[in-house]
Design a protein. Sequence first.
Length: 258
Amino acid sequence: MRTALLGVLLLTAACRRPSTQFASMLTPANQINITDYSQQLKSGDDLIAIGNNPAWSLTLNSSKNFMRFKGSNGDSLTVPAPERQTDSDGTFRYSTGTETNRINVIFRPDSCVDKLSGQRYDYRVEVDFRGKNYVGCGASLRQLALLNDIWVLTDLQGTPIVAGGPRKEAPRLEISLSEGRVTGTTGCNRLNGTIKADTRQILFGPLATTRMACDSNIAHIESKFLSGLANPLTYRIGDGQLTFLSKGKPVMIFKKVD
């Protein structure tokens, strides 16, 4: 209760007195199960998959041009990244290797939970290698990697957003998932903080802001913007547009800045 009250008081003060110092944390770090893919993003991995009984893993990295399969039973293979074949239902597959050392990989879109870790994935994965069949779960990180950009807010809860404030700018987010950081502006104050995201969900906070004075209209937008970022969100991304959703309904729409 004291923490929540402190956050409200700081947000109110943000619009009353200027300061170049960062305020105390305005947005609480809500607890939500979001998978950390920061290391894979740093490496540039496109696809990952794991399985058990026996334990195995698969990584595909197109920028470094390799696909690597590792099995705990000694079955391992690293080859140049093969061409991706995609079916109409969203299933995609890879096939490469020699006749005696061929590997076939299939990613089928379906909710999949790793039994050991409890982690949720977006694909059920099947690997055939050296006459053995391996099954498990996997994720495509291509869409997730697209979040790493600069995004300007164009719509907030159905209201179009135009540039304003002392710098004549709209709220903006600069996302770096590999560093777990976000910077930007509320349209009046600078913001800085942490961020987590997986292939479906995104979580901001704690976030801190400077405390520049804002006029009433900008302060209202700032308050709604920060309040919206205080809760776990799902997202859609594509064609230079990023949409945050809460309970399946769009609450913020951003456009990519080149």
